[in-house]
Design a protein around this ligand. Sequence first.
Ligand code: UGA
Length: 426
Amino acid sequence: MSGVAVIGAGYVGLTTATCLAHLGHTVICADIDEKKVDALNKGEVPIHETRLPELLRDGLSQQTLKFVVGARQAVTDSEFVFLCLPTPQSDDGRADISAISQVIEEIREIIPAGSTIVNKSTTPVGTNAAIQSLVRRGDVAVVSNPEFLREGVAVTDFLQPDRIVIGSTDPEAAQKVSGLYNAVDAPIITVDPLSAETIKYATNSFLATKVSFVNALAAVCEAVGADIESVIRGLGADQRIGSRFLQPGPGWGGSCFPKDMQALVRMADDAGYQFDLLRAVIEANEQQFARVVSKVERLVGDKLGGAKISLLGLTFKAHTDDLRNSPALEVAKLLSSEGARLIAYDPMVESNSGLPTEIELAQNIEQALTGSDAVVILTEWPEFTRANWGALRDFMNAPRVLDARNALDRRAMLDLGFQYDDLGRI
Ligand code: UGA
């Protein structure tokens, strides 16, 4: 028995499998999607993730990494079985762990004695113990090892993490799992499984709270005449606070924050604690979408009915191709319900699939801005900041920009004659 099985080749599974192979382990990664498995075995990566294609091809050529269809194919000779499976939000806000239960049922009888199941999926507190009871095997350990991988920089986050969290009631299993990360220079925090699972939700919730806080602070800056960038400089210099994750924007989104926030509120509720603070953060995020729309309204100086509004950026942040729970799409929905006509450009979005029908897709910035009554910058792609705005102005019906990422140079835009608004800058 040797090697690592990774079940699931989504963002987390693919990064985990590829990086563990890069660290010197022999890895078999399983997915149920045959086409995806074929493509991956040919070195084709289906997602936009920096460095992942190179590392994946290294692993394939050194034969330390391969992809197979179905979990059973991956686990028969594995010392470690990593679960990297989707845990979508169900209707009641709780995370749905049925993909995990199904996989455990499939593999429980064939995993080797002495192996360790490592859960990397974001799962409700208590899932580690639930997996242990589903496995019904005294000779197989279950360890929680949450991921802290940001899309777009997931490889760097895996190989140079701030910390590695391991949750286990079995010190020997915890030791074995931490051994997999010997080549990574990061503190290992070993705790009980319930705490490890809570750390994951606490981290995402705290980060989302930080973003909502700075978005609210930008509104305060506007109201009192202060400058958010100066405020962030002073605020972030306090080491108890830190300067990261203090960039104002149209709200937080993505496949993790929204679902994890709801799940934590729900879990706390179930356990008898009303997490009103988090409820307020979720509400503040929804208000942020509406705030962006009211800023567009103010900029256009009229009702939005019939106005042609250009959107730059559709993904939930720059450097990803992921549209899931994108604040840009929330803003688009609201603009459209006010009667605006929408045309959008995003360097990573090539087709309309996954987009609401009310958004017309442009192939470049110029096309998106032609005849436009106002442009809204919704993600911080360098292509938007580097653009020649002096030349772009001439494509527009009226030179109006709402910079919902504070990405452009405010002074330069005003000098170019734009009617320009952003979030809390002076
Ligand atoms: C997030 C966490 O950062 C990862 O640590 C975690 O592993 C991952 O979720 C997960 O649970 O799988 P990700 O979803 O890739 O990663 O997105 P972030 O980079 O954290 O950004 C989340 C949202 O906050 C985005 O909409 C982003 O635009 C927004 N944001 C972030 C801001 O508006 N301002 C900031 O300063 C930072």
